[in-house]
Design a protein around this ligand. Structure first.
Ligand SMILES: [Zn+2]
Length: 464
């Protein structure tokens, strides 16, 4: 093919298609929006915008447990950050949230039959009651499942129940391994109490061999007595397991001073780029502002919070004006009751129609694509854009996806979408002292923001 031919072909594609694709950024041909996507990628990668935002959040607040003064500061940070960046209609939307506090004491030790005291690292699970002042001391019984616990009968009465089923390492997706183990954390206290147990001790939800306990939410049932619940580190859990193998009558002492205080007022933070042609059609991009009170809450979900701010910043910086509204929402209390997600979905928004909602709550790792919770008819309207994300290897758009904060929108019929990232390390850090900003790589974090910016922009231009 000679040079002139290439020029002629290029010109003819340009002229013939420019009538078909009159939208700004959608250059002629079969791959519209490619130059715009390239622009967004270049602009994002040449800065460390997302990481700078995360540093700002972490410095301002540290961890942001729902109901805490730090969570209130995070709301203020989010509002001010969006205002300073010049987003449209920046405001907060109130919601009432629980206020559980960890307390200063959380300690446990194994008491051997010869009277030795071996400390193990534990932390209270979110929502747990504390122990009596002097703590709880009792024999411990290990189970791998609720069925096994039921089968113990009388043997479980008066005992501390140790739930020690590991996450299944053979799963490709660690999220699936988490899903297969996390009922021990959520329902362990209720199941322990039903069996006559007096406390629940749960193996941390991680595959990483370390000595850091991983917290997370647990729940009570008003018809079942409440017993304290704590997570034990993997090293602590393995030690306890090996000692129980040689001495079934070990005792454990647990002391926790956590408690639940009255609910408090908090808020979601909302800002947008209002659509230029169809402002009433809204695409939500969201992460959650609250975190557990461990580490910095950097990956979970500081990363998601700054992803969505950075995505809007990139579009604004490049002067890209979406036809439909792209709205960033920093949800309050994903971790412990979804109050923000519920409040957002319930609020009356006359004349508005949400066409989809994208959540990022899988950490600030290299993006891989998006999971789209749409049926087979609508799905291709999203998957057709994968080539725009291929340059950053984030073009894997698959069916099925969403997120906890936007699950209430899904119930209203809104198409929900989740950012997919490389998730192999997520549970090393999740809900623990290890979830600090040094575990977040600036370029990986930025790529997540870029992926969201590209995807939400093209949806805003084309609709569904
Ligand atoms: Zn999260």
């Amino acid at each position: 093919m000679n040079h002139h031919f290439i020029v002629l072909v290029s010109l003819s594609i340009f002229f013939s298609s420019s009538n078909l694709y009159a939208q700004p950024g959608g250059i002629a041909g079969s791959r519209p929006y490619e130059p715009t996507a390239r622009q967004i990628i270049t602009e994002g990668l040449k800065t460390t915008g997302a990481y700078s935002l995360l540093e700002g959040l972490v410095k301002k607040t540290g961890p942001r447990l729902v109901g805490s003064p730090e969570a209130a500061k995070a709301v203020e940070w989010g509002r001010k950050t969006m205002e300073d960046l010049g987003f449209d209609k920046v405001h907060t939307e109130p919601c009432k949230v629980p206020h559980w506090v960890r307390g200063l004491v959380e300690e446990a030790s194994i008491i051997t039959s010869d009277g030795r005291n071996i400390p193990i690292n534990i932390c209270a699970l979110g929502g747990s009651i504390g122990t009596a002042d002097g703590g709880i001391t009792a024999e411990v019984v290990q189970v791998k499942s609720f069925d096994e616990l039921k089968s113990l009968g009388e043997k479980a009465k008066g005992k501390i129940i140790f739930f020690n089923r590991p996450m299944d390492r053979s799963k490709i997706n660690p999220g699936e391994a988490y899903g297969g183990a996390v009922n021990q954390r959520g329902a362990g206290a209720v199941e322990a109490a039903k069996a006559g147990g007096i406390a629940a001790l749960v193996r941390s939800m991680t595959m990483q061999l370390d000595d850091v306990p991983h917290t997370g939410s647990m729940r009570y049932d008003d018809t079942i007595p409440k017993v304290p619940a704590a997570a034990v580190s993997i090293i602590g859990a393995n030690l306890l397991d090996s000692l129980l193998a040689v001495n079934e009558n070990l005792k454990i002492k647990i002391r926790l001073t956590c408690q639940t205080l009255p609910d408090v007022e908090s808020a979601n933070v909302v800002g947008e780029l209002t659509g230029t042609e169809k402002p009433e059609e809204v695409i939500v991009i969201g992460g959650h502002l609250d975190s557990w009170d461990k580490g910095h809450g950097a990956h979970d979900d500081g990363a998601g919070s700054v992803h969505v701010i950075e995505a809007l910043r990139l579009l604004k910086e490049l002067g890209l004006k979406p036809k439909r509204t792209i709205r960033a929402v920093l949800f309050m209390n994903e971790e412990f009751g979804l109050n923000g997600g519920v409040a957002y979905a319930k609020k009356e928004r006359p004349g508005e129609k949400h066409i989809c909602a994208i959540e990022t709550d899988a950490g600030g790792f290299t993006p891989r694509g998006f999971g789209v919770g749409a049926d087979s008819v609508v799905f291709p309207k999203f998957s057709q854009w994968s080539y725009l994300l291929d340059p950053i290897d984030a073009g894997r758009i698959t069916r099925g996806g969403g997120g906890a904060d936007i699950s209430e929108l899904a119930k209203l019929g809104v198409i929900t979408i989740g950012l997919r990232v490389d998730g192999q390390k997520y549970f090393d850090y999740h809900h623990s002292d290890n979830d600090t900003i040094d575990k977040v790589h600036p370029r990986e974090l930025e790529l997540g923001a870029i992926a969201i910016a590209v995807f939400c922009y093209v949806i805003a231009q084309e609709g569904i």
